[in-house]
Design a protein around this ligand. Structure first.
Ligand code: ZN
Length: 283
């Protein structure tokens, strides 16, 4: 499931194809993804210029000249494919339509943006741009990890007295936007905190230290996404799922990468999901 860095990578890959360009035609090939697509979606998109493509948590928002915004969520398996020519950028021939291509945006400069989603956990919606923040999928999401609102005092106050494990607390989108199962494990390893510890029982100093670590782990992943984007431009135009070297995630049995630690990475299950940790250095 894409987390913040993957969605940010998709945004950066789509921006040259979409920002400043008019949607000449929108092909909507089915009435629903996870939920029904908005009424008259093709007509509402046609002729609109994309003013800005932004990201909120794991959602993309294309602000349109029509006064509406197109919300895009990749869900579990959603993929974005860019094809055609972008000035000074790259060229991928338009691929033949694939089975799970559900929405295709034909841009005026010749680029084509295809949303493919085999499992259809993805979502799209249209709303007034000035009401986007109160959209039901966005209104309860907490601060962006790179935003000013997310700081040491905020996180310490937010986790104070919380009985749930710290990993679960970090996955709570109301606490911080965009962290998922992969990067929560990575963050806690870097912070040397055991993911099972009750959030409210970790010292304020250690909780505060999570703020720069979260930013660092996500920045590094976004950077890795950026380099994969440059590679993908030469390959197939698919955006977002990049090879990133994780320190603990999916590395059960591997030696702990922390210098001086002789531990072995273990996988445990928390709330039905895998957590990876080094029991030797994460306390
Ligand atoms: Zn270790």
């Amino acid at each position: 499931m894409p987390e913040l860095p993957e969605v940010e990578t998709v945004r950066r890959g789509l921006a040259p194809a979409m920002e400043g360009h008019v949607i000449e035609r929108a092909e909507i090939r089915r009435p629903d993804l996870r939920w029904p697509l908005p009424a008259r979606m093709a007509e509402r998109l046609q002729g609109a210029r994309v003013i800005m493509l932004r990201r909120r948590s794991k959602y993309l928002l294309a602000d349109l000249s029509s006064g509406e915004s197109l919300l895009i969520h990749l869900g579990m398996s959603g993929r974005m494919l860019v094809s055609g020519t972008m000035p000074g950028n790259f060229h991928h021939p338009h691929p033949a339509a694939q089975k799970h291509d559900h929405v295709v945006l034909h841009m005026d400069a010749g680029a084509r943006v295809t949303f493919n989603d085999a499992r259809r956990f993805g979502a799209m919606d249209l709303m007034a741009t000035d009401a986007a923040a109160s959209h039901w999928l966005l209104r309860d999401i907490g601060p962006e990890p790179f935003g000013n609102e997310f700081d040491e005092d905020y996180l310490v106050a937010r986790l104070k007295g919380r009985a749930s494990p710290i990993k679960t607390a970090l996955l709570d989108q109301r606490v911080v936007a965009g962290l998922g199962n992969i990067y929560a494990s990575e963050v806690l390893h870097r912070a040397a905190i055991d993911p099972r510890r009750a959030a409210g029982r970790i010292s304020a100093a250690r909780v505060a230290a999570l703020v720069p670590i979260i930013r660092q782990v996500l920045s590094e992943a976004i950077e890795a996404g950026g380099s994969s984007l440059r590679d993908h431009r030469q390959t197939d135009g698919e955006l977002g799922y990049f090879q990133h070297v994780f320190r603990v995630y999916d590395r059960e049995g591997a030696p702990c990468p922390r210098p001086g630690c002789n531990g072995t990475i273990r996988r445990i299950t928390q709330g039905g999901r895998s957590s990876y940790l080094c029991p030797s250095c994460q306390r």
